[in-house]
Design a protein around this ligand. Structure first.
Ligand code: HEM
Length: 407
């Protein structure tokens, strides 16, 4: 094992995706927070970039969009030239604000309240079909299944083809030069073009007010500010990817992460069983503990000081939410999973500022409904083997978690 304390600081490179695949990142970030909180790295894959690792420094970058631009990309690496997409998460005002405003009503509280019974019904159908007393992969059977159904709902996507959504999402985020992932480039390009074509057909079906449903495509197609987006295919595709990944990987990996966290902390699981009302404060704690998106990247628009460093105009600045969520100076006992924290929403997993997660309430609602229904059905979701984690420095996720359910 590497002795991290004896490594020269210059050897610490937290863009290495294997740190997350092997779940080995904790001591690296602990050392950076302590000794080099605004840390410069230069490597072959991503070039020169700063890692910001303390909670308050991250908030100060995230809330300062004038000095820290989101263009042209929010992962450490730029998006591939094969599919040069644009999306509002990687835009600055005014264009960002205009596009966000068009789709936001889909995940506004009023629409979410209307969606909750449908989401609950879908949760119930999935849980009632699970095998009891047999080993199965929680990721496929529950996490992916449930978030895929939810995505199909918010896109009003043909339900029988919904399995394509997580596939496109996986292809979009697995680009080696953007996130250290492992996608085959040709397969990725083909998948994304198929995604664009499918959604272009849906756009034309829904344009000109022919559909009055509250889904992302109808909203974009029928709003005067975005009605032309279908003619900018890379912008349409970019925003589709944003909404698919936003609503997919994040919630999916929080659903798996929660089961793992409770198994690693049986005293917390017992507390929950004794008092199911704790689901309310456990959900934000799961989202902090998991930190499904580990970073967002910005680009300095001028020379600017941060901590004791001077960032040069044009430099990449990576906000490591995963590290900030473990900053003891802001979150007491940050390395521990505690389901009844005093202030559980005080975490960085949804970001801050003008790009703060648009779907945060939807993600939380899905997790709350799932845990309410799980607790009323099963005495235990037992993890019976090690989780398999994905290779990425962006999405903190799982490909497998073997479990057995007990009544
Ligand atoms: C546990 C669940 C989720 C987590 C942890 C999460 C995390 C994040 C983060 C970190 C950001 C960037 C924040 C920043 O730059 O300051 C973001 C933005 C965004 N998220 Fe989420 N997300 C989740 C669920 C969802 C869901 C369910 C949707 C629904 C479609 C969604 C849609 C978006 C969109 C559209 C943006 C871009 C906002 C903008 O640029 O203005 N997210 N999310």
């Amino acid at each position: 094992m590497t002795n991290i304390e004896s490594l020269p600081l210059s050897a610490i490179d937290v863009s290495d995706a294997s740190l997350y695949q092997n779940d080995a990142w904790r001591p690296y970030f602990a050392r950076l927070r302590k000794e080099s909180p605004v840390h410069l790295t230069e490597n072959e894959t991503f070039g020169r970039f700063w890692s910001v690792t303390r909670f308050n420094d991250i908030v100060s970058v995230d809330t300062n969009h004038a000095d820290f631009s989101s263009e042209p990309a929010i992962t450490i690496g730029d998006y591939g030239d094969d599919v040069p997409v644009q999306q509002f998460i990687a835009m600055d005002p005014p264009k960002h604000d205009i596009q966000r405003k068009v789709v936001q009503p889909v995940v506004a509280p009023k629409n979410l309240a209307q969606m909750e019974p449908l989401i609950r019904q879908r949760v119930v159908d999935i849980l009632d079909a699970l095998p009891v007393g047999e080993v199965f992969n929680w990721v496929d059977a529950v996490s992916i299944n449930l978030t895929t159904q939810m995505l199909a709902t918010i896109f009003d996507f043909p339900f029988e083809d919904r399995h394509k959504l997580p596939y496109w999402s996986d292809m979009a985020t697995a680009l080696p030069e953007a996130t250290g992932g492992s996608a085959d480039i040709d397969e990725r390009t083909g998948a994304l073009m198929d995604c664009l074509q499918t959604f272009t057909t849906l756009w034309h079906e829904r344009a000109e007010g022919r559909s009055d449903t509250m889904d992302f495509i109808s909203m974009l197609a029928n709003h005067p500010d975005t009605a032309d987006m279908v003619n900018q295919p890379m912008e349409y595709l970019g925003n589709l990817i944003l909404l698919i990944v936003g609503g997919n990987d994040t919630t999916r990996n929080s659903i798996t992460g929660g089961v793992l966290a409770l198994n690693e902390n049986p005293e917390q699981y017992n507390k929950l069983k004794d008092n199911p009302a704790l689901v309310e404060s456990m959900v934000p704690e799961i989202i902090r503990w998991q930190t499904p998106l580990m970073h967002m990247r910005r680009r300095a628009t001028r020379d600017i000081s941060l901590g004791d460093q001077v960032i040069r105009e044009g430099d990449k600045v990576v906000m490591w939410y995963l590290s900030g969520n473990h900053d003891e100076s802001v979150i007491p006992n940050a390395d521990q999973f505690i389901i009844d924290r005093q202030n559980p929403r005080n975490h960085l997993s949804f970001g801050f500022g003008i790009h703060r997660c648009m779907g945060n309430r939807l993600g939380e609602m899905q997790l709350r409904v799932l845990w309410e229904e799980l607790l009323s059905r099963f005495s235990e979701i037992e993890v019976v083997g090690a989780p398999e984690r994905i290779q990425s420095n962006f999405v903190r996720g799982y490909s497998a978690l073997p479990v057995v359910l007990h009544r």
